[in-house]
Design a protein around this ligand. Structure first.
Ligand SMILES: C=CC1=C(C)c2cc3[nH]c(cc4nc(cc5[nH]c(cc1n2)c(C)c5CCC(=O)O)C(CCC(=O)O)=C4C)c(C)c3C=C
Ligand SMILES: [Fe+2]
Ligand SMILES: [Fe+2]
Length: 326
């Protein structure tokens, strides 16, 4: 009887991340950016203003520029973001066991959220825990995951029960996994003078209108500093990857780096706690470009501490988030 009950009410897990181009080529990047940058949650500008900019200035030029950047981080396993996400899904599947199917979907590009939901349906999941792999909630990311799911389920007669996890920015298991990764890195490589915690920026306007992202990044950073017992002068927070002209969350990573070098900070460790998987924005923007900028400004050592990726502690954190949601 228990088996019959289980087969009627079966849990599944949907892991979601942003998505990445299918190939490091201009046409593939153009397809990806077109979908991503058409999302009204990502770019909150009236369509009559934004679409001419997107189609007239961004899509004709940015993909070519980005193709070089993507090529510099692409591996035999493809885009780092996708390769790491697949590994995370596989390892979470192992921890949860075959009774709880795990599927991976990307908000933009492939594998799509639609394909992941179809996979869970095919495996009989009727109760789905959605874990967007964004530790800090933002309307631009977390809410877009929800939109993508709602669009798919709009075509279904019998929809599954859903439980969405909005954020885990202050979860002890997440903070401890970050702290452990910094400690392990410093044990192997020695400690730098300063730890910079760099988060993806968003437009300041979104925060003014109620997006909790800024506050959650600051909370994560403070908790991580506390876990590492850092003194105030031994760490700071900054925001990277802005696009366009309006003000985004500050201080900007690319602005503070040369300032640190000028202040006499010679060696820097950089961690990006908002990225659950390494990707273009960490491996190319931070670990390659910002490193060059810091060294050019007089810095002597710049070390990027990898994202939690498929770390055991990271996957166990996912397992406990999912189990509490079930
Ligand atoms: C234009 C608006 C953008 C907002 C708002 C934004 C928020 C945001 N993004 C991430 C995570 C990632 N972003 C990545 C790349 C990326 N982001 C934007 C634009 C916005 N992001 C663009 C145009 C791109 C593409 C690359 C580029 O043009 O520089 C990635 C990496 C993807 C990859 O393929 O590796 C991630 C991850 C978060 C967490 C966030 C808000 C909190
Ligand atoms: Fe982004
Ligand atoms: Fe970028």
């Amino acid at each position: 009887m228990a088996m019959m009950h289980n087969s009627k009410d079966k849990a599944g897990v949907l892991l979601v991340n942003l998505g990445t181009p299918d190939a490091p080529t201009a046409p593939a990047i153009r397809r990806y950016l077109r979908e991503f940058l058409s999302d009204t949650r990502v770019v909150e500008i009236p369509r009559a203003v934004w679409l001419p900019v997107l189609y007239g200035f961004i899509l004709p030029f940015r993909p070519k520029k980005l193709a070089h950047a993507y090529a510099s981080v692409w591996s035999e396993r493809g885009s780092p973001l996708l390769a790491v996400s697949k590994q995370q899904a596989q390892q979470l599947q192992t921890l949860l066991g075959a009774d709880v199917p795990v599927a991976l979907g990307m908000t933009y590009g492939n594998p799509s959220v639609a394909s992941a939901l179809a996979e869970l349906k095919q495996k009989g999941a009727t109760r789905i825990v959605v874990l967007p792999l964004y530790p800090q909630y933002s309307g631009t990311t977390t809410a877009s995951v929800f939109d993508a799911i709602a669009r798919v389920l709009a075509r279904e007669r019998h929809i599954p029960e859903l439980r969405t996890i909005n954020d885990y920015h202050a979860q002890p298991a997440y903070i401890e996994a970050l702290a452990a990764s910094v400690r392990a890195y410093r044990q192997t490589h020695g400690a730098s003078e300063h730890l910079l915690m760099s988060f993806h920026s968003i437009p300041q306007r979104y925060v003014n209108q109620g997006d909790p992202y800024d506050a959650q990044c600051k909370k994560t950073a403070a908790l991580l500093a506390e876990a590492l017992q850092l003194k105030p002068e031994e760490w700071s927070i900054s925001f990277q990857s802005r696009l366009g002209r309006e003000p985004w969350l500050q201080p900007y990573t690319d602005v503070v780096l040369p300032q640190y070098a000028a202040k006499g900070i010679k060696t820097l460790d950089v961690i990006c706690p908002g990225f659950s998987a390494d990707c273009l924005e960490t491996l190319e923007e931070v670990a390659i470009r910002y490193r060059e900028d810091f060294l050019a400004a007089g810095g002597e050592g710049f070390r990027y501490i990898p994202a939690l990726n498929a770390d055991d502690a990271h996957i166990r954190m996912m397992q406990s988030l999912v189990q509490s949601a079930l």
